[in-house]
Write a protein that binds this ligand. Structure first.
Ligand code: PGA
Length: 250
């Protein structure tokens, strides 16, 4: 099996009607086997999009899930409920951390549950402006890695992806510089290698667009992009995927 080297994942957040979601998905272009394209639609569209998937090479994911399988958790969706329909789940996106804070250790449990089910876990980390200004960005991201990656991960680490998304760059049109993204991706790489003896793909996210994609994707430790608003436009998202193909040929 060819292992992709670059991941371009669209996070549609709480956007699209079902008709719009189906139309958008049908317009996404296929990538080469080196570039894995994925989309995380709103939860109710996951199953119909999976069933209508025009391009089997595209991953479908959920924007969040909880590790407990069943129970009295109104409003939640568990990993075991959604996993038959997804390839990956985003864990700890900053909007989840802000609006639905989870008890410490929950993300590590979600990662472990997903990996045990053979799925890919995309753990999102990133500091806010205040933390960055205080010079504590690395400490903050290190603590999020500590909290989100289970010690027991073992070989499952082969299906873990970390997305570095500085909160101040998300939805602001103020992307991090490629140097900042590379610096933190290098830190995450070293952190994982130091802890587990191997690294994981690190994506950058935060106002990633078709115009800045190539710059991020040609950084040594950046293995892809997590794209929010630009992923809601097929032409823009396809251009980001095209940039990934160019970066690989770099
Ligand atoms: P953005 O969102 O690209 O709209 O900044 C990224 C994200 O939140 O994943």
């Amino acid at each position: 099996m060819h292992v992709p080297t670059t991941f371009i994942i669209g996070n549609w957040k709480m956007n699209t009607t079902l008709d719009e979601a189906q139309a958008l998905l049908s317009e996404l272009s296929a990538a080469s086997s080196s570039v894995q394209v994925g989309i995380a639609p709103p939860m109710p569209w996951v199953v119909p999009l999976r069933q209508a998937l025009p391009e089997p090479g595209i991953w479908i994911g959920a924007q969040q899930a909880v590790p407990t399988a069943t129970g009295a958790f109104s409003g939640d969706v568990s990993v075991s409920m959604i996993s038959p329909y997804v390839d990956f789940v985003l864990i700890g996106h900053s909007e989840q951390r802000l609006y639905h804070p989870a008890p410490q250790g929950t993300f590590a449990q979600t990662v472990q549950t997903l990996l045990t089910e053979g799925k890919t876990a995309v753990l999102c980390v990133g500091e806010n402006q205040e933390v960055r200004d205080a010079g504590r960005a690395r400490d903050h991201v290190g603590a999020q890695l500590e909290d989100g990656i289970p010690d027991t991960i073992g070989d499952g680490i082969g299906r873990l992806i970390v997305a570095y998304e500085p909160v101040w760059a998300i939805g602001t049109s103020r992307a991090a510089s490629a140097d900042d993204a590379e610096e933190m991706a290098g830190f995450i790489h070293d952190w994982c290698t130091g802890r587990f003896g191997r690294s994981v793909p690190v994506l950058y996210g935060g106002s990633a667009t078709e115009d800045n994609a190539l710059e991020f994707l040609t950084q040594t430790h950046v293995s892809g992009l997590l794209v929010g608003s630009a992923s809601l436009h097929a032409d823009r998202f396809n251009r980001i995927v095209a940039a990934a193909e160019v970066a690989i040929g770099h």
